[in-house]
Design a protein around this ligand. Structure first.
Ligand SMILES: [Fe+2]
Length: 182
């Protein structure tokens, strides 16, 4: 792991953008994310929790990349979802999150194969790039959690998988906050 230290959010955005052009190298991006911290004070500006669910806070979006801060209240979860075939990384900034990855074996009837077991990731854990996964701040993990997400390229809708019902539905992705200057 290369430790490039801690940086303000604005610099983190610049560094991610520089890696998300036409020549995106996912291995390099993973390395960068593993070795970089966001200064807590500049992360704080995006941290707002809502009881029982996770919240999505837009940090930056352009044609090539979207950065979000997600705030996971205890017991909140993102259902199994896809990423439109785009690269998506999540890094745990605070607390712990559980990540479970799947592969779509068939859609009709719907069948998802788990890819290994769920992984509990503590601060600094980088998840991705993932195709289909579920994320949870399981109540027994005991604390709120915060993660930063990088999407190269951005998308506005994604598939949500309901394995029990055997259905897949499209959802439009919403923000709980957007920056006043972006
Ligand atoms: Fe995801």
């Amino acid at each position: 792991m290369i430790d490039t230290g801690s940086m303000p959010m604005a610099e983190f955005v610049r560094e991610v953008r520089a890696r998300c052009g036409a020549t995106l190298d996912p291995v390099e991006m993973g390395r960068f994310l593993s070795g970089t911290r966001i200064e807590p004070v500049s992360l704080d500006a995006f941290v707002r929790f809502a009881r029982g669910r996770y919240t999505r806070h837009l940090v930056h979006k352009d044609r090539d990349v979207e950065l979000l801060v997600l705030c996971w209240a205890r017991g909140s979860r993102a259902p199994i979802h896809g990423h439109e075939g785009e690269y998506c990384w999540a890094r745990v900034e605070r607390g712990r999150l559980s990540f479970a990855s799947y592969r779509e074996a068939s859609r009709a009837p719907l069948r998802l194969d788990p890819l290994g077991g769920a992984i509990d990731g503590g601060t600094g854990h980088v998840d991705g790039p993932d195709d289909i996964h579920a994320v949870a701040n399981r109540a027994e993990l005991g604390e709120d959690a915060v993660s930063v997400h990088v999407y190269c390229r951005p998308y506005d809708e994604c598939d949500i998988y309901d394995v029990e019902q055997g259905t897949v539905r499209r959802v439009r992705l919403m923000y709980d906050s957007i920056p006043t200057t972006s």
